[in-house]
Structures are given as structure tokens and as C-alpha cells.
Design a binder for this molecule. Structure first.
Ligand SMILES: [Zn+2]
Length: 409
């Protein structure tokens, strides 16, 4: 797929047959960080040379059983790994081959657990929520209260990390700078997070999150997702494609620039956790550029969420009772989220059948703007082409044309 003016990629990492695989999906360009930043009155400043940039992190743990409700220790071990890897303080930095050592970088980006929430109340930065969902997919449902997830905290001040069950084959995925604000952040499979607990054997050192957070900071895969493609980083050697497992150095590919071969131990390859150990200077510069004046993550320079002195009032509960999904009129159908930005989910309840039924959406003046047939009892309708405003959704068989009111943002 190609980038267009209207669409941006997110990258998804999938673990299949004990290896990582990534593919791209795309978001409509609505309500991006840039637009939000332009509405902000915060005084912007540039990064200082060698300034250590702090990223407050909030973990949203969504669990359907006790195993998925991972421990604080497991979560905090992930935070430590992020700090070690991004600060080049990882114990296995010594495993970087000698010829690549000079490229290895301390990115001077650090991560802290959020100490205050969006309203300034004290928090331990870990939100736990039981969910009716036994498994999530890469459709962002974990990012919304209405679909069994937990809403994002303000992504101009927090890195949101959702921890949930992505199924047997998914390790995690990340948005990139410029993606919609309500889904901004990374999602990590609960048994590929941190280095404590019951973890997948090859993904037990927290490098899935290191890799995904680097995507969140704009980095691409070393091979540019093309055969001998370009990651736009000057000091990562070209390689034909991804590496799995744990290659031996040197590992040559068809476009290796010299005898050193692939930098398969870079965090932006797909090697096993135990075989990844560096970011390069070029990758450091690319990530730090996001925080510069007018950069898409510049607002983090003003975030005080890591500073407990700024928090006040009663602590927020760490265990949140899920709110009921929004039911709109009929108990036979659940329609969410509402208000909606892009995809409207329509799910049949209580034995009702939606499969084969026709869905129509009307403006308040009765003009039909969408008409489609559902092929499943759990469907999505993309509303990204509709203007903001109030609409009415009619399901074939409804006697009242205005029974389902939808607000499009
Ligand atoms: Zn990736």
C-alpha cells in the first residue's frame, strides 16, 4: 500500500509459527495530533541538545481471566526494559557486533509511569478493567469503553499502552505520529509484555514493546517493508527483508552493502527478543525530531504527568468497573461507538439476526446517504465520508425510521 494525503499506516506485528510478521493497515486522517496541537494554548519550546525527554506512560490492562490480569511487577519490568533499551543501558548491549558498536545510540528518551491522571489526580499509571471480550483483534476495540476496552488518556501528554489478549498469533501493534488521537498508542499481547510472568519463549524480554514504541516514535522496519527497501535512516544498512529467530553474524542478504550484512540485532528487525540489542544514531535522531518545535510529539516537553508534586485530590481507582456499552433503543442490536468518528459497529444481541439485513443511514432531513447489506451479525460500517452531524440509522424491518440516532464527529 502507498501513503496518500488522506491515509496513514499503522504497523501491526503478528507472531505466527514462532516468528514476527508485520503488515500495514490504514486510518482515515481525522482529528490528528497536529490539529489538536494547533488548538492548544500551551507555550511550545524546542528540545535542548542532549536533553533527556520524559514520556509518561499509562498501561490499560484489559482482562477476561486472571491470567490476563498480569501483575504490577510484570508491567514495571516492561517499563524498565523500555528505559534500558532506549538509553542503551541494556545488559545485552555487549552482544552488538564490534563493527556495529559505533552506530549504537543512547536515544536520551526515558519512560516513567504516570503519577497523575488527566485531571491531575494521583495514579499508579496502571488501569485494570475486566472485559467481556475473550480476544481482541487489531481493530482498536481495546481503545474504547464502548467496545470492551478502555478509552485513551490524552495522547499529547501520555503514551497509552493497552495490554490485552490479541489471540495466539498477534504480538502487538502501534500507531504512528499523525494517526487519529483516540487510538494513538501501542497494544501489546499480555504474554509478550515485560520479562516476568508466563511469557512466550521467544518474546520474553520485552522487545515487542520496544519495537512498537519505536514505531509510535515514527521508526520504520529496517527493510522499509519492501525488498531491499528504505527505512530513511542513514546508518542502518540496507537489507532485503526481515530476519526471524536468531541469525548468526554476519548474515548477508542480496542487497547487503558490505560484508557486515544485516543489522538483525536492531530493535526494528523481527529477530527474537534475546537477539535484539540496539537503536542507531540515525534512529535516535529520527525519534528525537518528533519532539522538536512543531514536531508531532512536541507537547510531551510540557507534560508533568510523571511528577507526583503536580497531582492532587483523591487517587483514582486502579480497578475500573466497565461501563455498559451504549445501547441505542432496541435491545436486539448494539451500535457503537456513538458518537462515532469512523467505523460504526453493529452487533446482533439476544438471538437477533443481522446477517443479510439491509442498513440505511439518513440525514435529519431524510436523505439516504448510506445503504448496505450486512454479511455478518457483527459488522462495521465506515462513516468516514460523512460530514459531522446527526444521522438516523434504519435496519431493514424497523418500523420507525428514526429508531437509531447516530452522531458523527
Ligand atoms: Zn513492526
Amino acid at each position: 500500500m502507498r501513503l496518500t494525503l488522506l491515509f496513514f499506516f499503522i504497523l501491526m506485528c503478528v507472531h505466527t509459527n514462532a516468528q514476527r510478521v508485520c503488515s500495514g493497515i490504514k486510518y482515515a486522517n481525522t482529528n490528528t495530533l497536529k490539529e489538536i496541537r494547533n488548538q492548544s494554548n500551551a507555550v511550545s519550546r524546542d528540545t535542548l541538545r542532549d536533553e533527556v525527554i520524559s514520556i509518561p506512560v499509562v498501561f490499560h490492562v484489559l482482562y477476561n481471566n486472571a491470567i490476563q490480569n498480569i501483575s504490577d511487577a510484570q508491567i514495571l519490568s516492561q517499563l524498565q526494559i523500555l528505559n534500558d533499551d532506549f538509553r542503551r543501558a541494556n545488559a545485552d548491549a555487549v552482544n552488538t557486533p564490534a563493527v556495529f558498536q559505533r552506530f549504537a545510540a543512547d536515544t536520551k528518551i526515558k519512560f516513567c509511569i504516570a503519577k497523575s491522571d488527566e485531571l491531575g489526580r494521583p495514579t499508579n499509571g496502571i488501569i485494570r478493567k475486566s472485559t467481556h471480550r475473550t480476544v481482541f483483534s487489531i481493530d482498536d476495540a481495546m481503545k474504547f469503553n464502548a467496545s470492551g476496552g478502555d478509552n485513551a488518556w490524552d495522547c499529547t501528554r501520555y503514551l497509552n499502552i493497552w495490554v490485552c489478549n490479541l489471540g495466539a498469533s498477534n504480538l502487538g501493534y502501534a500507531t504512528q505520529p499523525g494517526d487519529p488521537i483516540d487510538v494513538d498508542g501501542v497494544v501489546i499481547q499480555y504474554n509478550a509484555l515485560g520479562k516476568i510472568g508466563n511469557l512466550q519463549p521467544n518474546f520474553n524480554k520485552g522487545r515487542t514493546a520496544t519495537h512498537e514504541v519505536a514505531h509510535w516514535l515514527g521508526l520504520k522496519h529496517l527493510w522499509g517493508d519492501n525488498d531491499c527497501g528504505d527505512d530513511h535512516i542513514f546508518d542502518t544498512p540496507q537489507q532485503s527483508t526481515y530476519n526471524n529467530g536468531c541469525p548468526n553474524f554476519p548474515h548477508m542478504s542480496t542487497c547487503s552493502p558490505n560484508g557486515n550484512g544485516d543489522m538483525f540485532m536492531n530493535f526494528m528487525d523481527y529477530s527474537n527478543d534475546a537477539c535484539m540489542n540496539l537503536f542507531t544514531n540515525g534512529q535516535r535522531n529520527a525519534m528525537r525530531s518528533l519532539f522538536a518545535l512543531n514536531g508531532p510529539r512536541n507537547s510531551f516537553l510540557n507534560s508533568t504527568a510523571c511528577d507526583s508534586i503536580t497531582s492532587s485530590g483523591a487517587s483514582i481507582p486502579t480497578e475500573i468497573t466497565p461501563s455498559e456499552p451504549t445501547f441505542i433503543s432496541k435491545s436486539s442490536v448494539r451500535i457503537f461507538p456513538n458518537p462515532v468518528q469512523q467505523d460504526l459497529n453493529i452487533i446482533a444481541l439476544n438471538g437477533y439476526e443481522l446477517k443479510g439485513k439491509r442498513i440505511m443511514i439518513f440525514t435529519v432531513t431524510g436523505i439516504k446517504v448510506i445503504s448496505t447489506t450486512l454479511f455478518s451479525d457483527q459488522s462495521k460500517i465506515n462513516l468516514s465520508n460523512l460530514s459531522s452531524g446527526v444521522y438516523f440509522l434504519k435496519i431493514e424491518g424497523d418500523t420507525d425510521q428514526k429508531s437509531h440516532k447516530i452522531i458523527k464527529l
